[in-house]
Every structure is written in C-alpha cells, then in structure tokens.
Write a protein that binds this ligand. Structure first.
Ligand SMILES: Cc1cc2nc3c(=O)[nH]c(=O)nc-3n(C[C@H](O)[C@H](O)[C@H](O)COP(=O)(O)OP(=O)(O)OC[C@H]3O[C@@H](n4cnc5c(N)ncnc54)[C@H](O)[C@@H]3O)c2cc1C
Length: 150
C-alpha cells in the first residue's frame, strides 16, 4: 500500500463531497468527538453544521478551537482522509446574522427531516426544534490517500 499526501485543492475536493464529519472539541484537557452533518463552503473555507444545545455546543462556546476529520473508505488499502483544524463560530439569531442563518438553513433543508440526528430525544415530532447553526472556519488542512501500487 502506498500513502500519498493530498494537496490543499485535493483536501478541499474531499471536503466538498463530505456530508458527515467527526468533530472534535476539548475542554479542561478532555477531548470529545461526535459525528455531525456538514456542508463545506469553499468561498468561505468554512464548514456549516447545526445542533441543539448539548455538550459539544457548551464545550465549543468555552473553547472554540476544534478539529474535524472526514474520510472516504473503500477498503483498508484504498481510502482518503482529511483532517482540518478550525475555529467554532456560532451563527446567532441576531438580525446581523440573518443572511448567514438563512444560508445555513437552506443547506440542510435540502434533506427531509434534516434535524433528526441532532435531536434524538424528539424523534416523535415532525416539527424541527430550534436549531443552533454554526460554522467551523478552517485553518490547517492535511490529507492522505492510500492506494495499491500499480
Ligand atoms: C450520521 C450522523 C449524523 C449526525 N448529524 C448530526 C448533526 O448534524 N448535528 C448534531 O448536532 N448531531 C448530529 N448527530 C448526532 C451527534 O453525533 C450527537 O450524538 C448529538 O449531536 C449529541 O451531541 P451532544 O454533544 O449535544 O450530546 P449530549 O446530548 O449533550 O450528550 C452528551 C453525552 O452523550 C454522549 N454522546 C453524545 N452523542 C453521542 C454519540 N453520537 N455516540 C455516543 N455517545 C454520544 C457523550 O459521550 C456525552 O457524554 C449525528 C449522528 C450521526 C450518527
């Protein structure tokens, strides 16, 4: 198996295809990682996601430095993964953030019942709870690709 580094453009391509990431945050030296849905916005070099208030939102409010990982795994010897550092930025409900909120909401509303993964305790309702939208402004991007030698 050969492992190659991805270029920054290749990393961005992988992020553009990703609809799920592992999002890691930390508080008081304790890391915490959960899978969340994402959309990558290349023009902003940012990833959009949403949640309801819970541990990850509390922790990211306390410490906005996060890390995320996405991958495409075909087999043990054919995969690609990207790791990005970033900074959590919550999209507020203020009029100032109205356009950002509209944009974030439009991304996720493409999927029916898009809010369900974030709200396991309210699966019985057909009405979405009030979501907290956020962006992760990306910093350092690295990627690796594994392939079999020709
Ligand atoms: C395919 C997929 C897509 C998802 N998309 C989203 C999304 O877009 N937005 C979103 O907010 N959530 C999403 N989730 C759910 C997410 O992984 C978390 O379970 C959820 O957001 C609750 O996180 P929290 O920090 O608010 O936990 P809380 O409800 O505050 O609970 C905290 C406690 O529960 C445990 N816990 C929380 N989540 C998990 C988990 N997934 N697995 C094991 N233990 C857990 C933690 O260890 C912690 O001790 C998705 C999950 C999957 C599998």
């Amino acid at each position: 198996m050969l492992i190659h580094k991805l270029t920054a453009d290749e990393c961005r391509d992988v992020l553009s295809r990703a609809r799920l990431c592992r999002l890691a945050c930390a508080r008081s030296d304790q890391p915490y990682v959960v899978p969340v849905s994402i959309y990558y916005e290349p023009a902003e070099n940012a990833v959009y996601s949403f949640s309801v208030l819970g541990q990850k939102i509390r922790w990211m409010r306390d410490n906005p430095l996060v890390c995320l990982e996405v991958e495409e795994i075909v087999s043990r010897s054919a995969w690609v993964s990207v790791v990005a550092t970033g900074r959590y930025k919550e999209i507020s409900r203020s009029t100032e953030d109205a356009e950002l909120r509209r944009r974030a909401s439009a991304l996720f509303e493409k999927q029916s019942q898009w809010w369900l993964p974030a709200t396991a305790e309210v699966t019985s309702t057909d009405r979405p709870p009030v979501p907290i939208f956020f962006r992760v402004m990306l910093g350092r991007l690295t990627g690796r690709r594994a392939s079999k030698p020709e």
